[in-house]
Design a binder for this molecule. Sequence first.
Ligand SMILES: [Cu+2]
Length: 118
Amino acid sequence: MKHRIRISFGLLIALLFAMSTFAQSSPRRIEVHARRFSFIPAGITVEKGEPVTLALTSDDVSHSLVVEGLHINSPITKGRFTEVTLTPEAAGDFKGKCGRFCGSGHGSMIFTIHVVEK
Ligand SMILES: [Cu+2]
Protein backbone atom coordinates (compact mmCIF):
# COMPACT_ATOMS: atom_id res chain seq x y z
CA MET A 1 0.00 0.00 0.00
CA LYS A 2 2.72 2.45 1.01
CA HIS A 3 4.59 1.57 -2.13
CA ARG A 4 1.63 2.41 -4.35
CA ILE A 5 1.16 5.82 -2.69
CA ARG A 6 4.80 6.69 -3.29
CA ILE A 7 4.50 5.93 -7.00
CA SER A 8 1.40 8.10 -7.30
CA PHE A 9 3.14 10.97 -5.55
CA GLY A 10 6.07 10.65 -7.94
CA LEU A 11 3.74 10.79 -10.90
CA LEU A 12 2.05 13.88 -9.48
CA ILE A 13 5.41 15.64 -9.12
CA ALA A 14 6.34 14.67 -12.68
CA LEU A 15 3.02 15.97 -13.97
CA LEU A 16 3.37 19.29 -12.11
CA PHE A 17 6.90 19.67 -13.43
CA ALA A 18 5.76 19.02 -16.99
CA MET A 19 2.92 21.52 -16.63
CA SER A 20 5.18 24.25 -15.23
CA THR A 21 7.67 23.69 -18.02
CA PHE A 22 4.91 24.00 -20.58
CA ALA A 23 3.57 27.13 -18.89
CA GLN A 24 6.92 28.85 -19.30
CA SER A 25 6.12 28.79 -23.02
CA SER A 26 9.41 27.63 -24.42
CA PRO A 27 10.17 29.14 -27.82
CA ARG A 28 8.30 27.77 -30.80
CA ARG A 29 10.69 25.52 -32.68
CA ILE A 30 10.76 25.81 -36.45
CA GLU A 31 12.76 23.39 -38.56
CA VAL A 32 14.46 24.83 -41.61
CA HIS A 33 16.23 22.60 -44.10
CA ALA A 34 18.90 23.94 -46.42
CA ARG A 35 19.75 22.16 -49.62
CA ARG A 36 21.20 23.18 -52.95
CA PHE A 37 19.73 25.68 -53.74
CA SER A 38 16.93 26.67 -51.41
CA PHE A 39 15.71 26.85 -47.87
CA ILE A 40 12.67 24.79 -46.99
CA PRO A 41 10.50 26.53 -46.06
CA ALA A 42 11.66 29.59 -47.98
CA GLY A 43 10.25 31.85 -45.31
CA ILE A 44 8.56 31.90 -41.94
CA THR A 45 6.16 34.24 -40.20
CA VAL A 46 6.59 35.11 -36.54
CA GLU A 47 4.99 37.64 -34.26
CA LYS A 48 6.88 40.62 -32.95
CA GLY A 49 8.06 39.75 -29.44
CA GLU A 50 7.54 36.02 -29.95
CA PRO A 51 10.56 33.93 -29.04
CA VAL A 52 11.28 31.34 -31.71
CA THR A 53 13.99 28.79 -32.17
CA LEU A 54 15.18 28.08 -35.69
CA ALA A 55 16.44 24.52 -35.93
CA LEU A 56 18.73 24.60 -38.94
CA THR A 57 19.98 21.56 -40.77
CA SER A 58 21.33 20.68 -44.19
CA ASP A 59 20.19 17.87 -46.44
CA ASP A 60 23.38 17.89 -48.53
CA VAL A 61 26.45 20.10 -48.14
CA SER A 62 27.43 22.80 -45.67
CA HIS A 63 25.45 26.02 -45.93
CA SER A 64 24.81 28.89 -43.57
CA LEU A 65 22.06 31.33 -42.79
CA VAL A 66 22.77 35.04 -42.64
CA VAL A 67 19.98 37.48 -41.74
CA GLU A 68 21.75 40.76 -41.15
CA GLY A 69 18.67 42.61 -39.93
CA LEU A 70 18.23 40.13 -37.10
CA HIS A 71 21.92 39.54 -36.35
CA ILE A 72 21.76 35.92 -37.42
CA ASN A 73 24.86 34.27 -38.83
CA SER A 74 24.81 30.54 -38.29
CA PRO A 75 26.49 27.60 -39.96
CA ILE A 76 24.20 24.86 -41.27
CA THR A 77 25.61 21.36 -41.18
CA LYS A 78 24.42 18.09 -42.62
CA GLY A 79 23.30 15.54 -40.09
CA ARG A 80 22.78 17.82 -37.13
CA PHE A 81 20.60 20.70 -36.01
CA THR A 82 22.02 24.09 -35.14
CA GLU A 83 19.54 26.04 -33.04
CA VAL A 84 19.24 29.81 -33.12
CA THR A 85 16.79 31.48 -30.77
CA LEU A 86 15.60 34.99 -31.40
CA THR A 87 12.87 37.37 -30.31
CA PRO A 88 12.23 39.90 -33.07
CA GLU A 89 11.63 43.36 -31.67
CA ALA A 90 10.43 45.06 -34.83
CA ALA A 91 7.91 44.16 -37.52
CA GLY A 92 9.00 43.86 -41.12
CA ASP A 93 10.43 41.49 -43.68
CA PHE A 94 13.98 40.44 -42.95
CA LYS A 95 15.85 38.97 -45.88
CA GLY A 96 18.29 36.18 -45.33
CA LYS A 97 20.63 34.22 -47.56
CA CYS A 98 23.11 31.42 -47.59
CA GLY A 99 26.46 32.79 -46.52
CA ARG A 100 28.57 29.85 -47.56
CA PHE A 101 29.28 29.22 -51.22
CA CYS A 102 27.65 25.92 -52.08
CA GLY A 103 27.56 25.78 -55.87
CA SER A 104 26.17 27.42 -58.98
CA GLY A 105 22.80 28.31 -57.45
CA HIS A 106 24.20 29.61 -54.18
CA GLY A 107 23.00 33.14 -54.89
CA SER A 108 19.39 32.01 -55.14
CA MET A 109 19.27 30.65 -51.60
CA ILE A 110 16.99 33.22 -50.08
CA PHE A 111 15.15 33.02 -46.77
CA THR A 112 12.71 35.58 -45.44
CA ILE A 113 11.57 36.11 -41.87
CA HIS A 114 8.27 37.97 -41.84
CA VAL A 115 7.74 39.63 -38.48
CA VAL A 116 4.15 40.74 -37.96
CA GLU A 117 2.50 42.81 -35.25
CA LYS A 118 0.57 40.77 -32.72
CU1 LIG B 1 24.12 27.27 -49.65
